[in-house]
Design a protein around this ligand. Structure first.
Ligand code: ATP
Length: 267
């Protein structure tokens, strides 16, 4: 059953930029990985998707961005809207052209290419070299570390630097929405902070974000709104501030028991 926290949806209704309705996803025609998911990303806001392994978080991003077919997956019911238009079943190329970019899990930089070459790839749908150059300048201004690293081979960078390359590459495409899958995975606390600061800077510049994270602490620090998924369903949603105060979230995702002692999710 899905619970809404008070103060969640409704009220002054900021504009929806991405909407998912009753979405179902099947893998290999038999494995039902999403069982009717509803989710909304508001313009200029950060929405976070929390939940344990196997909850369906990555599947949701893949269904939205059009890369499910690579994994033999398909949307079997429901719909996806982007800026009010139906995009259900769009290909990855179509969603990128719409301004919706998916930074997939696992830090997939083009390892043999330089940082700058990786960034240029992100501009493959831009109308010409001048447009690509303009976006590269924006990315180098916004992420100065990438300007320093521009001639370096991407495969030899640290995990945090590679994550910056991927976020930078997404930004070259001039996106309206960026979906990032597990940006903090395997990074040291200092680098996690840097990555979330960068995402915050992009949000301040007007970008809408949908972030999948296991690190609820970092994610809820940035997010405006959050969803918790389990077993292919949304089981809880609400404003990030209220999720931070929610007992279950504190216990299972922030590692804090009622008396303030540390608890793991498994416990
Ligand atoms: P994680 O944090 O581990 O990535 P997740 O919440 O992102 O977890 P998904 O990767 O979306 O979860 O997986 C949701 C369900 O779909 C799981 O039961 C998983 O085993 C199944 N699944 C994912 N990919 C495939 C696939 N290619 N073929 C079959 N089943 C899959």
């Amino acid at each position: 059953m899905e619970h809404s926290l008070p103060g969640g949806a409704g009220g002054g209704a900021p504009r929806e930029i991405l909407g998912v309705e009753n979405l179902e996803v099947l893998y290999a025609s038999v494995i039902l990985a999403l069982k009717g998911v509803n989710l909304r990303v508001e313009e200029g806001k950060c929405t976070v998707l929390l939940g344990p392994n196997g909850a369906g978080k990555s599947t949701l991003l893949k269904a939205v961005s059009g890369v499910l077919a690579i994994d033999d997956g398909e949307v079997s019911a429901g719909s996806v809207r982007f800026e009010g238009r139906p995009i259900t079943g769009s290909t990855a190329l179509q969603t990128v052209a719409e301004g919706l970019i998916h930074v997939v899990e696992g830090r997939k930089v083009l390892r043999h290419l330089t940082v700058e070459q990786n960034l240029v790839v992100g501009g493959h749908l831009l109308p010409g070299q001048a447009a690509v150059k303009e976006r590269l300048d924006f990315v180098f201004d916004t992420i100065p570390r990438l300007a320093q690293l521009r001639g370096r081979t991407s495969g030899y960078l640290s995990g945090g630097e590679q994550q910056q390359v991927l976020i930078g590459r997404a930004m070259v495409a001039k996106p309206r929405v960026v979906m990032v899958d597990e940006p903090s995975l395997g990074l040291a606390p200092k680098m996690i902070e840097e990555i979330f600061n960068l995402l915050g800077k992009l949000k301040d510049a007007g970008l809408s974000l949908l972030i999948v994270e296991q690190n609820a602490q970092a994610a809820l620090g940035l997010a405006d709104h959050g969803y918790v998924m389990e077993g292919g369903r949304v089981v809880l949603e609400g404003p990030a501030s209220q999720l931070r105060d929610n007992e279950d979230i504190r216990e299972f995702y922030l590692g804090m028991g009622g008396a303030g002692e540390r608890k793991s999710y498994r416990e």
